[in-house]
Design a protein around this ligand. Structure first.
Ligand SMILES: Nc1ncnc2c1ncn2[C@@H]1O[C@H](COP(=O)(O)OP(=O)(O)OP(=O)(O)O)[C@@H](O)[C@H]1O
Ligand SMILES: [Mg+2]
Length: 198
């Protein structure tokens, strides 16, 4: 997980950002807003307190304009990371098959291609690697045209853990980690955004 804190005021956001260290990201937190970007509720790569103050006011204004009735719990202040490849891992409860695990590449272009694989939980190590190898854009993870390979072991471990979570908590109807940012081989992966439906 990335370092992040919920802030309920501008002062608190400033204090949290200082603790986390710039650059930071801020995101609206509301039970009524699932896609935060669509309502202008996400600001990336904020470099200092001045910019944070401006952007904090901006996202509250954006959200108020787009969704005047939404309940606002606060603003999430999160560390900003760069350099990873965006992937998606998830879980869906199928009424007939039980928990289904999902894996795919992220980012707006790849998401549009719907290049994802599914597998019934539970999976073990081999199943996790198979899922990852099954996507059509697997080459992008292996390292394409001189790019370094991504940390596929880290993705496999996340999928295995998600599988275990699904088996332990059948009440999870849906879980989406989008994106799971994957770094170079050996450098792991980080959850940037997640939501869960119980
Ligand atoms: N902490 C971060 N560091 C770097 N990039 C980030 C960070 N948080 C978000 N992003 C970028 O911004 C995008 C949108 O952020 P996020 O997923 O939190 O919003 P969202 O509205 O929930 O999006 P979606 O509806 O697609 O899930 C991410 O896919 C990622 O590219
Ligand atoms: Mg998201």
């Amino acid at each position: 997980m990335l370092k992040s804190h919920l802030a309920k005021s501008e002062e608190e956001a400033l204090a949290r950002a200082k603790e986390i260290g710039y650059p930071v990201v801020i995101k609206i937190v509301s039970p009524d807003i699932v896609h935060k970007v669509d309502v202008g509720g996400v600001k990336l790569d904020i470099e200092d307190a001045r910019e944070l103050q401006l952007q904090y006011r901006q996202i509250l204004a954006n959200v108020k304009a787009a969704r005047p009735d939404a309940a606002i719990w606060g603003v999430l202040v999160q560390e900003f990371i760069r350099g990873g490849k965006e992937t998606i891992i998830g879980l869906k409860h199928d009424p007939h098959f039980g928990p289904l695990l999902m894996f795919g590449l992220g980012g707006i272009y790849v998401e549009a291609l719907r290049d994802v694989t599914f597998r019934m939980a539970p999976i073990r190590e081999l199943g996790a690697y198979r899922m990852i190898q099954q996507i059509r854009s697997y080459k992008i993870l292996e390292g394409f045209r001189g790019e370094p390979p991504a940390d596929i072991d880290a993705i496999a471990e996340c999928l295995e853990r998600l599988s275990q979570l699904a088996m332990d908590f059948q009440e999870i109807l849906e879980l989406d980690i989008n994106p799971l940012m994957v770094f170079e081989k050996g450098r792991g992966a980080r959850v940037v955004d997640a939501r869960i439906l119980i």
